[in-house]
Each structure stands twice: as structure tokens, then as C-alpha cells.
Design a binder for this molecule. Structure first.
Ligand SMILES: Cc1ncc(COP(=O)(O)O)c(C=O)c1O
Length: 393
């Protein structure tokens, strides 16, 4: 069984491009060009150079000794929190801005939840001198204020999404509307492995640098390329897709996906798509989706803005349905506790999204000689106010 997209953008039964006719030219132009452009020597060279000199790659693979001792297993952290702008999101925005330039676009739009993707997009637009509009839910604008300020400072316009739950899903709707109205000069930089084909595959390929590095870094440290488990949090699923990518076809590498259970899976306030989702279509892709019995999208909830999405990318829906991935849901309470624990044990304050991945250590037992790589997708600076309020610091 394949876990990558086929030529039509399907992962098993999930994926595809379910788009209105007016978006067809935009997606088709990208679909016809993306693989070929990504394989051009000049493109590859520029992408790799920027990842190295601008983003600061390779990011370290750090052996977390105190955490390993506590949970009696060997835990490595892939330090995406050390990327320029503070999270893995920039790997993708560097790739997509080069793609946009190559396709002759001079205006960039994006959606953002936690603000990390918005900041990463505003950053590369500043780098390349392109106009940038970022759509963001009104609620997220409030809870991620430092990232809003950063986007503005980088020269981007932040437009609030005022409909629905006023979070990521609604920001994405607004961005798609903009793209329909500006089909010729605008490229839409989607921030995760979601959306119509070719986005999930293109974003996964850009993020696959994460597992490419894990392989050689683990070889240096452990004498073997493959860990026993790779763990990552899943919002749309881009940091997870990147961390899994080069291990997908090796059944000996366990794949663990961590979703946000919010206030509890059965609380009506969660974003645990694999537990609660049914097959549906969101933002142009057939995937698992939280919805009511008559097919209306359920408003998601998580304390972490980046996991607050009612679906998952089609790769993850397929990993779940096929049984290749093990899916675990973590509540706000347990994620916050894990974030505090990592800060105190290792001196690393994680993004609350990433804290969800660490929280599984309390309940998911590993053997003492297992090598477990946890993708530390981002740093906690943007979440400091949430941590302060929560722990009354
Ligand atoms: C630090 C961090 N981790 C994870 C995510 C979730 O996104 P994805 O599932 O695409 O990696 C976000 C989203 O904003 C984020 O900022």
C-alpha cells in the first residue's frame, strides 16, 4: 500500500481536488508545474541554500536525557522550534514563495491559525519583496497578538475573518474567496497538508526535509537511520507529514499522530478529528471531518490555535483509516502539563501545539531501548500569555 499521493492527489480514498470551477485554472497551473519545478536543479539549489542560510537548517536532533530518564525510553527531539520564525512552517513558505516566483506571481495570500504560518509567509514575502495579505480569525487575532504584530512589522496586511467560529477554518474560507477573485497575479500559500491537490503533496514534499535530516542525524547518533517511533502533533498535519515522510513505507517505524482533544473528546469542544470525524469535503479535499449528522462542519476547539481545525489532511485520514498511524487525542489540561514539564526538565518552552505530542509520554508506554523521535514543531514564545494565564505565573 502507498502512503503518498497518486497522480490525482489521492491517498487511498482521500484527497483529490473538489473545487469550484472558478478555482480550476489556479489549481491546474500549479498541478501541471509543481513536480517538474521542484525537480529543477536551479530551484533545488535555491531552496536548499535558503533553508541553510536563512532558516538555519539542519535543525538539531537533540537527545533529551532528563526526559528519557523520566519515561525510561530514548527520546530525541527534532528541533523545528529553532527554525527562523520559530516553527516548521517556514520550510513550506520558502518552498512556495520560490514556486510563486517561478510561476510569475507577484501577490501572496495566506491563512493562519496560530499565526506561525502567517509570520512565516510575511517573512518570505519581505525576503522576496512581494505583497502579502494574511487572513486570520478574529479569535486567533486576539489570542496570538504577538504574531499579529510581527506580521504587520514584516509589512503584511492582516485581514480578520469574522464568520463562523472566527478561527482557522473561516480564515481559510476567506483566503479561497480572495484567490477566486484574483486568479492571475496571486499565489495562495496554504500552510498545511490540506486543501485541493496538489497542495497536500506539495507541502508534504517541502516539509519532508525534516525526516530526511532525522535519518542521517540518527545514523550519526544511534548507528541506524530508522527510529522505532516518530511522534508529531496534527493540526492540518504538515509538521507530522514532514516528520513521517521518509519512514512511511517502512512498517518497522511506528507512526504516532497526536490530535487535540480540547476539553475532552465527548465534551463537544475538541478538535479530535480521527476520533470524531466522518468522511466529508473541506477546503477542496475529501478527508475526515468533524460534522453534524446532516453534514454541517462542527466548530472545533483547542487551547492551541494551530490544532483548532475540524479536519486533517488526506494523508493523515489515510494513515488513520489504513491503520498505518496510531492516533492519540490529548486534552488541553494534559498538553499544558506536558509543556510545563518540558520547560522544567529540558529548558525548552514548546509551542502549545507541540506540547500535545509530549503529553502522550504519560500514557503511551515505550520499551527502554526504543528510539522515539518527537517532532518539536515550534517554540512557545507566541503562547507565553496563554501559559501565564493558565498557570498564573
Ligand atoms: C508550532 C506549531 N505546531 C503545529 C502546528 C499545526 O500545524 P500542522 O499540523 O500543519 O503542522 C502549528 C500551526 O500553526 C504550529 O504553529
Amino acid at each position: 500500500m502507498s502512503y503518498n499521493a497518486d497522480s490525482r492527489g489521492y491517498y487511498g480514498e482521500f484527497g483529490g481536488a473538489f473545487i469550484p470551477e472558478m478555482l480550476y485554472p489556479n489549481c491546474e497551473e500549479l498541478r501541471q508545474n509543481y513536480v517538474q519545478v521542484m525537480q529543477e536543479d536551479f530551484f533545488k539549489k535555491e531552496f536548499q541554500q535558503l533553508l541553510k542560510d536563512y532558516v538555519g537548517r539542519p535543525t538539531p536532533l537533540y537527545f533529551a536525557e532528563r526526559l528519557s530518564n523520566k519515561y525510561n525510553t530514548k527520546i530525541y527531539l527534532k528541533r523545528e522550534d529553532l527554525c527562523h520564525t520559530g516553527a516548521h512552517k517556514v520550510n513550506n513558505t520558502i518552498g512556495q514563495i520560490l514556486m510563486a516566483k517561478r510561476l510569475g506571481k507577484n501577490r501572496i495570500i495566506a491563512e493562519t491559525g496560530a499565526g506561525q504560518h502567517g509570520v512565516a509567509t510575511a517573512t518570505v514575502c519581505a525576503l522576496m519583496g512581494l505583497e502579502c495579505v494574511v487572513y486570520m480569525g478574529e479569535i486567533d487575532i486576539e489570542r496570538q497578538a504577538p504574531n499579529v504584530a510581527r506580521m504587520k512589522m514584516l509589512g503584511a496586511e492582516v485581514r480578520p475573518a469574522k464568520s463562523g467560529s472566527r478561527t482557522l477554518k473561516d480564515a481559510t474560507n476567506e483566503a479561497i474567496r480572495d484567490w477566486i477573485n484574483n486568479p492571475v497575479d496571486t499565489h495562495y500559500i496554504i500552510g498545511s497538508v490540506v486543501g485541493p491537490h496538489p497542495y497536500p503533496d506539495m507541502v508534504a514534499r517541502f516539509q519532508s526535509v525534516i525526516s530526511e535530516e532525522i535519518k542521517w542525524q540518527l545514523k550519526e547518533k544511534e548507528g541506524k537511520e530508522n527510529p522505532d517511533y516518530v511522534v508529531a502533533c496534527v493540526g492540518g498535519g504538515s509538521n507530522a507529514a514532514g516528520a513521517y515522510y521518509h519512514f512511511l513505507d517502512n512498517p518497522k517505524v511506528g507512526i504516532i499522530a497526536v490530535e487535540a482533544a480540547g476539553k475532552g473528546i465527548d465534551s463537544g469542544e475538541s478538535a479530535a478529528t480521527s476520533a470524531l470525524g466522518k468522511v466529508g469535503i473541506i477546503h477542496g479535499s475529501k478527508t475526515l471531518l468533524m460534522q453534524t449528522t446532516d453534514g454541517q462542519i462542527t466548530e472545533p476547539y483547542s487551547i492551541s490555535a494551530g490544532l483548532d481545525y475540524p479536519g486533517v489532511g488526506p494523508m493523515h485520514a489515510h494513515l488513520f483509516k489504513s491503520g498505518r498511524g496510531e492516533f492519540i487525542s490529548i486534552t488541553d489540561v494534559d498538553a499544558m502539563k506536558a509543556g510545563l514539564e518540558l520547560s522544567k526538565l529540558e529548558g525548552i518552552i514548546p509551542a502549545i501545539e507541540s506540547s500535545h505530542a509530549f503529553a502522550i509520554l504519560e500514557t503511551r508506554k515505550f520499551e527502554s531501548d526504543d528510539v522515539v523521535v518527537i517532532n518539536l514543531s515550534g517554540r512557545g514564545d507566541k503562547d507565553l500569555n496563554t501559559y501565564i494565564d493558565y498557570f498564573k505565573l
